[in-house]
Design a protein around this ligand. Structure first.
Ligand code: NDP
Ligand code: 2IT
Length: 445
């Protein structure tokens, strides 16, 4: 059996009932085959792939909190510090009822390669809880965040592990988490969390960064393939942080975003998505997309799944993992879609990815196309270290430069290993080589 197959079998055997983690590892190891084969003996002797697929540390904890009725609630808390070879662990916190250890491990594993691709000195980690913020009062959110931090603070620090937001964690949650960290440590350590509010150490353009970065990547990838974004119809899924700012930047670059979705249904707006209205519904009122449809008579609201049946040139999945499956890929191809770039983490299943690629669709994996969020988090850490704030324009220009750079590193890596245009392989290989080099240089740790 090849070394890659051996390690994959080991991952499946040692991590039962964690299908998302298996899926993320399978995708990466498959694209590394050719790289590993060239140096198999040394990698095998150093157990490099076993170390790469085993988190350095996994922290599981109880999060008790009191709800508004005086009832005590208990949730599970997680922080997985996956790989610290190139910098302090870095990655978001997800609060969603679907969170379990396997989900956090898949996200932490992806983060290792993504953070490497940014070119910035950040290792990979991820955390979160099965806590559901939906329908909770601000008081309950604060109580939960404070209890979560009562344990997490022991394991993080600006040079140790730097959490940020993800699904269900935005500026409100980061604020409560930061306040509690500061109180427990009795020190103002701004760089311990990113995605902070602008009044207490946050970076301009961090809120927009993932969505904007996705569109900078889209523009560069299309340009390099002799196409252009201007004038194209774009289907976006999700209606959260990533989706909103992807839609905003799509408009700014001359494209027309016509869809968005949440876990209840999806919107098709023939006039293009009204960003101001979407922000009001989701960021201010924290309401459902039915409220968007009520305010926009021309828009169609469809309950349930189905956003990928909308006719589009470019699809940007920005909600969650495994939201674009084989049948969705078939519908996209049948409708003439020619590019899919992932804003979410692992939104496309492996068979859907293969279908898209083999039907000539340009496909960019999330670890490259959504890296603008974490890259700008690293820029926030830099600003915190020098106790300065950069202008929106400065951060945005750096973000754009980073996305263009990621595109070319991934494109070059794919070409160098004979897989031109296969950006899944290119991103995995380019991300891996830097981490592997740092791991080898630092010995068996
Ligand atoms: P938000 O919580 O702001 O928004 C998430 C959106 O996705 C909501 O519209 C939500 O709908 C929908 N969604 C979440 N879970 C599901 C589900 N199980 N089924 C259907 N819809 C779902 O999160 P973000 O926008 O921050 O994150 C979206 C994706 O982008 C995630 O995969 C995240 O890991 C990834 N990402 C985020 C980055 C960031 O900087 N925030 C950076 C890089 C990647 P509803 O409100 O109904 O739950
Ligand atoms: O998936 C991700 O890259 C994020 N949720 C952002 C992580 C970060 O540290 O900004």
């Amino acid at each position: 059996m090849s070394y890659v197959d051996e390690v994959f079998a080991r991952v499946v055997a040692q991590n039962p009932a964690q299908p998302e983690f298996h899926q993320a590892v399978q995708e990466v190891l498959n694209s590394l085959r050719i790289v590993i084969e060239r140096n198999e003996e040394a990698y095998r002797r150093d157990a490099l792939l076993e170390r790469l697929t085993t988190p350095e540390r996994q922290i599981l904890f109880r999060v008790p909190w009191v709800d508004d009725k005086g009832q005590v609630q208990v949730n599970n808390g997680y922080r997985v510090q996956f790989n610290g070879a190139i910098g302090p662990y870095k990655g978001g916190l997800r609060f969603h009822p679907s969170v379990n250890l396997g989900v956090i491990k898949f996200l932490g594993f992806e983060q290792v390669f993504k953070n490497s691709l940014t070119g910035l000195p950040i290792g990979g980690g991820k955390g979160g809880s099965d806590f559901d913020p939906k329908g909770k009062s601000d008081r309950e959110i604060m109580a939960f965040c404070q209890s979560f931090m009562n344990e997490l603070y022991k394991h993080i620090g600006q040079d140790v592990d730097v959490p940020a937001g993800d699904i269900g964690v935005g500026a409100r949650e980061i604020g409560y988490l930061f306040g509690q960290y500061k109180r427990l440590r009795n020190a103002y350590e701004a760089g311990v969390l990113t995605g902070k509010g602008l009044s207490y150490g946050g970076s301009l353009a961090r809120k927009q960064a993932t969505g904007y970065g996705l569109l900078y990547m889209t523009e560069e990838l299309l340009r390099w393939n002799g196409k252009e974004l201007f004038g194209k119809t774009v289907a976006v899924s999700g209606a959260g942080n990533v989706a909103i700012y992807a839609i905003e930047k799509a408009w700014q670059l001359g494209a027309k975003p016509v869809t968005c979705s949440d876990s209840s249904g999806w919107i098709y707006d023939p006039d293009g998505i009204d960003v101001a209205l979407l922000k009001d519904v989701k960021e201010v009122r924290r309401a459902r997309l039915t409220a968007y449809a009520e305010a926009r008579p021309n828009a169609e609201y469809h309950p349930g799944k189905g956003v990928w049946t909308a006719k589009c040139d470019i699809a940007l999945p920005c909600a969650t993992q495994n939201e674009l499956l084989l049948d969705d890929a078939k519908a996209l191809v049948a409708n003439g879609c020619f590019a899919v770039l992932e804003g979410a983490n692992m939104p496309t299943s492996l068979d859907a990815t293969e279908y898209l690629q083999s039907n000539g669709v340009l496909f960019c994996p999330g670890k490259a196309s959504n890296a603008g969020g974490v890259a700008t988090s690293a820029l926030e850490m830099s600003q915190n270290s020098e106790r300065l704030s950069w202008s929106f324009e400065e951060v945005d220009a750096k973000l754009k430069g980073i996305m263009v750079n990621i595109f070319h590193n991934m494109d070059d890596a794919a070409r160098q290993y004979g897989m031109e245009g296969n950006y899944v392989a290119g991103a995995n290989i380019a991300g891996f080589l830097k981490v592997a080099d740092a791991m080898i240089a630092q010995g068996i740790v």
